[in-house]
Design a binder for this molecule. Sequence first.
Ligand SMILES: Cc1cc2nc3c(=O)[nH]c(=O)nc-3n(C[C@H](O)[C@H](O)[C@H](O)COP(=O)(O)OP(=O)(O)OC[C@H]3O[C@@H](n4cnc5c(N)ncnc54)[C@H](O)[C@@H]3O)c2cc1C
Length: 388
Amino acid sequence: MRYDVVIIGGAIVGSSIAYYLREEGFSGSIALVERDPQFAHAATTLSCASIRQQFSIPENIRLSQFTLKLFRRLKEEFGADADIGFREGGYLILAGENGLPILKANHEAQMAEGADIVLEDAEALVRRFPWLSAEGITAGAYGRSGEGWFDAHAMLMLFRKALRAKNIDFITADVTGIERQGDRVTGVSIDNGERLEAGIVVNAAGPNAGKVSAMAGLALPVEPRKRNVFIFEAREKYDDMPLLVDPSGIYVRPEGSVYISGGAEPEEGDGPADPADFEPDWPLFEEVIWPVLAIRIPAFEAIKPTRAWAGHYDYNTLDQNAVIGPHPQVKNFLFANGFSGHGLQQAPAVGKALAELIVHGGYRTVDCSAFGYSRVAEGRAFRELNVI
Ligand SMILES: Cc1cc2nc3c(=O)[nH]c(=O)nc-3n(C[C@H](O)[C@H](O)[C@H](O)COP(=O)(O)OP(=O)(O)OC[C@H]3O[C@@H](n4cnc5c(N)ncnc54)[C@H](O)[C@@H]3O)c2cc1C
């Protein structure tokens, strides 16, 4: 079997690349290879499905803004019944005295990109959100529009459904090897022993991307990192609550009639997850998250934890930012990896960008050059400071 493009990983990133390839007029053959067609363990379906403008670097803001525009014209793009339940509830990122300079610098970068974020002192924040305790808080940045949350599964299904009419071969298989001859990859082998010859191979393998790159003999600093999400009920319902990020990194947001929270894992010194470990770490909620929530929102002293899940971040250990585009030497091997907790909201933009690169030979809509692999080869970090 010969394909012009073989995409490894059929969740949101792989599906988006396939979708935009056809939208950009690519007429060659495309195989979308996925080993877990129910997406039971994909980061996409286990994510918190939130979108924000509050990044530290303009390039990340631009990627999210592309997706935001798509969300606002979802029905035009995907049809009248398209609905991902997008709720524009905003983010509220809080800082104490120490975090203030970074919050201010980030806010300036966001304003320069036209984001609708206000920076307010603690007093103004408590006026806006009377349920909030300002203990230890100097200021916060609140997204009045353009930020919120949605249904990740519905978003994935929109892309997957749209692909059905686009002449894509969906292959259910585990990619077990990648063939390379010098500076070209030539094909992939799959677990039933077959071989798919490939003109271009795209790595969209999420948390498994480091291993998939290694199959082609290419180093990629992306590994799975376990992240827990806890659901709880509370007597008080705060309909105006944004996705609140405490200075400790712990976050909480409403999800219908309940709340979801997480963010207690340390970013540094946290090793790769066992690929089979999806067991929620309940003590993390009881010992770390809940005490913080009870201080920040005093009504949360009395809550009822109900459910939890764990997923794997596609974590880039170099700089917690995506690696996008071709390998500088092996030019027909393309990366779309290492999003480190913000890949769901960036996937449509990245799909569009890589499709433009393949079809037109360069980025046209969102320039992803800064995310290129050369920084990995040089060990040069392109760091995102707001990793949630
Ligand atoms: C708990 C949690 C919360 C998150 N919250 C957010 C958020 O609020 N906002 C946000 O934007 N992002 C969030 N993310 C990050 C986001 O989910 C990911 O960055 C994004 O989904 C990555 O998409 P992907 O398609 O690259 O990876 P995945 O969704 O993991 O898909 C990769 C696919 O590749 C397949 N695959 C891997 N290896 C192979 C192989 N060898 N052969 C065949 N198939 C293979 C896998 O089965 C999988 O389906 C969160 C992630 C987690 C875990």
